[in-house]
Write a protein that binds this ligand. Structure first.
Ligand SMILES: [Zn+2]
Length: 318
């Protein structure tokens, strides 16, 4: 598992297993407006500025060249082969299990396992909830990227947003800004999102993390008491910080808010969301570095990367 695919395995994958049907309709329908990028030898996607006119052309290209990796832009162009005539771009959120700032598994940096992949999935679902509830967005599509998840938003009203607006939505859904003190306990809107993100972090906190954020040792110790943590969690759901403030004192509390903000901001890859000319791994293609499929997910609840993203050649490696 997670071993690099050989050129022979890549060829076998594209000839025997890859199906045009596995490319989502939202890409096939706009194929001629997207820029395609390919990585032929595992050196990064340096073959860019490609226009692919039809699904059949994509099929021929992938089967004949079995690339190390294939990408399509989230943006639409009049001339994708020149990246000219920008017509809009999907709004995208990218969570990579290997880059999660806090994980409850014991993966080394750069590695992923069932536990952190499940944490990445749970997190991207929380992001989607906020986009639906607070922004009334509906066209949300999930993709398993090979080591994490992409959430691609295709609602008409997001397509023409520029980078600063995308950055603002990112800050909102991620909890990347500390709310004004007088708004912290607000029942709805952004302060609620920030509290929910804080709530998720509580179970992953340890002394080292709290100390790295400048929370004094004595207060950090007190917070990590399981009873205290439980009370803090219950209060956060109600919109109250009483126990948290009492335990951390005012200096520790301020440091803690800043720590939560920093960790929140590291959950998603901001560059992916803000860049309006980004290329993203093509759903259906092979992530050769880890020998997993990039999969367009139709049913997120039932999706399990170890069942649905493992190519046949890996199952047969033994
Ligand atoms: Zn892990």
């Amino acid at each position: 598992m997670f071993r690099e695919a050989t050129p022979a395995e890549r060829q076998r994958y594209y000839r025997e297993e890859w199906r045009l049907n596995d490319v989502p309709d939202f890409i096939l329908a706009t194929i001629a407006q997207r820029e395609f990028g390919f990585d032929h030898r595992g050196e990064g996607p340096n073959d860019r500025y490609n226009r692919i006119a039809t699904p059949a052309q994509l099929e021929g290209m992938l089967i004949n060249t079995a690339p190390y990796a294939a990408y399509a832009s989230v943006s639409f162009y009049e001339k994708p082969e020149k990246r000219e005539g920008w017509l809009g771009a999907e709004l995208v959120f990218d969570v990579d299990a290997k880059d999660l700032p806090l994980r409850s598994c014991s993966c080394s940096p750069g590695e992923v396992c069932e536990v952190c992949l499940a944490e990445a999935k749970e997190y991207i679902l929380e992001v989607a909830d906020v986009l639906r509830d607070d922004f009334a967005l509906k066209e949300l599509h999930f993709v398993y990227s090979g080591r994490g998840y992409h959430l691609r938003v295709l609602d008409e009203e997001v397509l023409h947003m520029q980078s600063p607006e995308r950055a603002a939505v990112l800050d909102y859904v991620a909890g990347g800004v500390v709310p004004e003190p007088e708004l912290l306990e607000l029942r709805r809107g952004y302060p609620r999102v920030f509290r929910m993100r804080m709530l998720r972090l509580l179970s992953l906190l340890n002394l080292e993390t709290l100390r790295s954020g400048g929370v004094p040792l004595k207060q950090a110790d007190a917070l990590l008491n399981p009873k205290t943590l439980r009370r803090v969690a219950n209060e956060l759901e109600e919109g109250s910080f009483a126990t948290l403030k009492e335990t951390l004192r005012s200096k520790g509390f301020a440091k803690f808010l800043e720590l939560v903000r920093r960790i929140n901001a590291e959950m998603l890859d901001a560059k992916v969301t803000v860049d309006v000319k980004r290329i993203l791994r093509l759903p259906s293609s092979l992530h050769s570095k880890v020998s997993m499929k990039c999969v367009y997910i139709k049913n997120m609840e039932r999706f399990d990367p170890f069942k649905h993203a493992v190519p046949r050649f890996v199952q047969e490696r033994g």
